[in-house]
Design a protein around this ligand. Structure first.
Ligand SMILES: [Cu+2]
Length: 416
């Protein structure tokens, strides 16, 4: 690929550059234009008062040991906590489970799993009404392709707006890398030099890049690139892992919530020890409001309140419930998980399986074994390996069920 015009820029003074990031996000957020939001906002959850025990008004008598006293206090707390938990299960988990049919996984696609992802499972609970002429959603291919050979790898990304679908019938006016959300998976190998070029194909605003896999000065290489301009720099992939890349132009959260992120996978220098089916999953949130033309755009208020309408794997609600990942019985599966957020943690879990191997941030040096649910923070990543000996369907979710119920669910179909 030919490298577009490259404008090397002088480094900015750290103080002025820092001000850009420390500006209050809310000051940067443009007021939302009045829109016809047809969906009622979900009712806010009012937490029950935590059971409290007045410990100040009561002295411990000589006859009562500290252990006994604590045991009584603790017992009361336990009873109250169990009552609250039971209520939560009855009010939230059970209705959700039946309502979602286990997040649509039981209505998963037939073998092959290559049917259109535009058919939503019954797992979608948002009340957003459809957009007119919403684009069809081409399945985001989760399969990790081979990393290029050689000591130097050319990587180019183009920042540009795109009208995409984020759920069945829901058009979203996204800001993207290369026209998709997430952007393309960048796959390299530890030790390679990445010659990177960002081209800003947007006419309206500046964009930038931030590779979490790179060690490079932010005020030199991660600065805004103006519309129509390009910028290149080189960096070396020193650590293997599953990393996030994203746009970092303030307000960063707005650029990320609009779709400017992707995964960069860095293989260990000598590769992974064992062969496996390798898949990439990027979890992220969408905060929506309906625009006048029926498309959806970012709701700054929902974003600031942490109230997503959709949480997705690879940018589309429940797409791998309809088109599951596949593996054979006894075959090792290696999942590269990246959480783009911008704000919610992932509690990644596969129903009916354990992770034989878990590598926080995807570095083989970080091995843990036998994990059930792993935390992937916003801006973080992980690699998990699992093997199912029996054929069947194994749903995967974030065990933050509020997020699973609005799209962060899929399935692995194991078949001979
Ligand atoms: Cu941007």
């Amino acid at each position: 690929m030919s490298i577009p015009e490259v404008k090397n820029r002088a480094p900015e003074a750290p103080s002025s550059a820092l001000e850009k990031v420390t500006d209050k996000v809310t000051d940067k957020v443009a007021p939302e234009t009045p829109v016809a939001v047809t969906s009622a906002a979900p009712a806010r959850y009012e937490p029950a008062h935590e059971p409290t025990v007045d410990t100040s008004s009561r002295a411990i008598t000589a006859e009562e040991s500290l252990a006994e006293w604590w045991s009584k206090q603790h017992g009361l707390r336990m009873v109250m906590t169990q009552l609250v938990l039971t209520l939560m299960v009855l009010l939230i988990v059970l209705p959700l489970g039946s309502l979602l049919g286990w997040f649509g996984a039981r209505t998963a696609a037939p073998a092959g799993g290559q049917n259109s992802g535009s058919q939503m499972s019954s797992g979608q609970t948002t009340s957003n009404s459809p957009s007119p002429n919403a684009p069809t959603h081409p399945l985001y291919d989760p399969q990790l392709l081979a990393a290029p050979q050689g000591n130097v790898v050319n990587v180019s990304l183009v920042a540009k707006p795109a009208r995409i679908a984020i759920a069945s019938g829901i058009a979203y006016d996204a800001w993207t890398f290369n026209g998709t959300v997430p952007g393309p998976v960048v796959h390299v190998r530890q030790g390679q030099t990445i010659h990177f070029t960002l081209t800003n194909g947007d006419t309206a605003m500046s964009h930038s890049i931030d590779f979490h896999a790179a060690q490079t000065p932010w005020n030199v290489n991660y600065q805004p690139v103006a519309p129509g301009q390009s910028f290149s720099f080189d960096w070396v992939a020193n650590y293997p892992g599953a990393f996030l890349y994203h746009c970092g132009v303030p307000p960063v959260m707005e650029h990320m919530a609009n779709g400017m992120y992707g995964a960069i996978i860095v293989d260990p220098a000598n590769g992974w020890a064992t062969p496996a089916q390798e898949y990439v999953l990027v979890q992220s949130e969408f905060y929506t409001q309906r625009a006048a033309n029926g498309d959806y755009v970012l709701s700054n208020s929902k974003m600031m309140e942490g109230m997503p309408d959709y949480v997705t794997f690879n940018g589309y609600a429940n797409q791998y419930s309809q088109a599951p990942l596949t593996a054979k019985p006894g075959e090792r599966i290696r999942l590269f998980i990246v959480n783009a957020g911008p704000s919610r943690f992932s509690a990644f879990h596969v129903i009916g399986a354990l992770f034989s191997d878990y590598y926080p941030d995807g570095n083989p040096a970080n091995l843990q074994q036998g994990n059930q649910t792993i935390t992937v923070p916003p801006g973080g990543g992980a690699v998990v390996e699992l093997t199912m000996s029996e054929a069947g369907t194994y749903p995967f979710v974030t065990h933050s069920f509020m997020d699973a119920s609005i799209g962060a669910a899929g399935a692995i179909k194991v078949a001979p």
